[in-house]
Design a protein around this ligand. Sequence first.
Ligand SMILES: [Mn+2]
Length: 383
Amino acid sequence: MKLLHLSDLHIGKRVCEFSMLDDQRFILEQIVGIAGDVKPDAVLIAGDLYDRSIPVGEAVTLLDDFLTELAGRGIPVFAISGNHDSPERLDFGSRIMREHRVTIAGTFQGTVPRADLSDSFGAVHIYLLPFLRPAAAQPFFGAEKTGSYDGAVRAAIETAALCPDKRNILVAHQFVISGSSEPLRCDSETVSVGGLDSVDVSAFDGFDYVALGHLHGPQKIGRDSVRYAGSPLKYSFSEARQKKSVTVIELGEKGKLELTQIPLKPLRDMREIRGPIAELTAPETVAGANPEDYIRAVLTDEDEIADPAGKLRAVYPNLMRIDFENRRMNAENSGTAAAGDPSRRTPMQLFEEFYRDRSGSPMSEREREIIGKIIEEAGEETV
Ligand SMILES: [Mn+2]
């Protein structure tokens, strides 16, 4: 039996004010193509289908198209909610969709629902655990068992009463760790301070494969068969060097399983370029890769550049971010750090820093005037 594992679609996400919808449509069509080639017995989607609890209309249409395409090819889908999804909204229509073999577990209802598939080796039990917070588990298991994410997830799994002779698969969306080793994190994930949301991998000991969502870099946790598929697209520059993929799980008889990662090729890559502006905008540099990619430019020029954003955008239309790395900036930055406490700077100084950080150049006198007026109107003291 073959299963295709994906997660963290974050449909509707915007990165640096750029809508990712075209990129998401492109990558989801590619995944439908992969599903057509691989012919999995099911597709597992491990949460964060949408980027926000109330997704924009186009995002809903895109997910609808994706699920309809898979269902149309006769491929069963098993999906759960992630921390970005609204559990109730994902549940909408789910009882009707189940008739078309699209099974969505949005809200946690006190048990881990199971779906049964089978092949020549016998039954495969697929369990669906929506993203679980202790507060959502407490009404079912009491405060004592659900004082932590780890406790809440263990209490939920206990309800599953696994058949040890069957092949058991879990789809879950949690922050899973293995002892004290730190998983690979990215900036596009929602972080929780102090690791209070962590669940130890030992909670999943009874499962033959755990299809995880939450972390955006593809990786195993502890053993090979507890895996984050990762997001299908890069959603932050901290992921610029990652290779995105979907995971194929090939189940043999109980205890036998093979994993393959199928690489995904985005419509536009997200990458960093670094150097003096003349070099970065030179035709041979621009032609060396897709200029439509999402770009973070790190400029190393020592001299002041007039309108760096405009110059870069003329050749890289999807420029997302500019940073400077030169002696002058380093000196200024260390000056700022020495000045320390932002609360001791005036609103105007803070805004000037913000403006320079975003645009790459200082504010003009006219702009300073306008901002000064706005700050005054807002009742803040300007200096
Ligand atoms: Mn996510």
